[in-house]
Write a protein that binds this ligand. Sequence first.
Ligand code: SF4
Ligand code: SF4
Length: 223
Amino acid sequence: MKTITQQKPLEEILESIARDTSVFIVGCGTCATLCRTGGVEEVAVMAEKLRDAGKIVTGTAVPPTGCDEVTGEMGRALRDPLAGADVVLVMSCAFGVQTAASQLKKPVAPALDTLFMGKEGPAGRYSEICMQCGQCVLSATGGICPVTVCHKGLLNGPCGGTNEGMCEVGSGRECAWTLIYGRLQAQGRLDAMRKYQAPKSYNATLRPGMIDLTHSREEAAKQ
Ligand code: SF4
Ligand code: SF4
């Protein structure tokens, strides 16, 4: 599983760094490399595009991970090229962008859009598997997530738009609730679909995501 990212259009990147003359580019050796959005090759291509657009590229780096203290270590090792840059263009997920902002102490601009946590399918295709809703219902849905797989995120389905196993929303995707039906049927657990799932408690969705795991949920609620 990895954080799935997509490169922003070059015009948008250039607009976000319009006030800056010099740029240092940071990629990520993990998720963004696997997504081919911020690995060594993509960083080199971006450096060329920025030079063509009249920017000075003071340096580039692709740390093994873009979202931990390795970014700070890289910053100390590359102090001079970083010091010469007006802005750091970060080719990693938003976690890496925020890490660069706090550890490199420089203005940052994201070159990628962070889409979701997902898994890789055939030939560079990715699918979302969980949006961390804080109240997992997979036991009632045969292990298929209705929050992410159903276009409407329905906890009780299918809706009236399911048609021969496909979703009415029209992206050529299978209906999540038909998949859930098939899985539960194969498991002999179709009765789970008759149980009404109450709307999710938004208290369970941690925003901002902070938690002390040294206490149980019950203990934390009492505090
Ligand atoms: S129900 Fe919520 S926690 Fe469980 S897989 Fe789906 S989004 Fe993730
Ligand atoms: S057709 Fe299926 S996947 Fe599409 S919105 Fe309705 S229940 Fe969800």
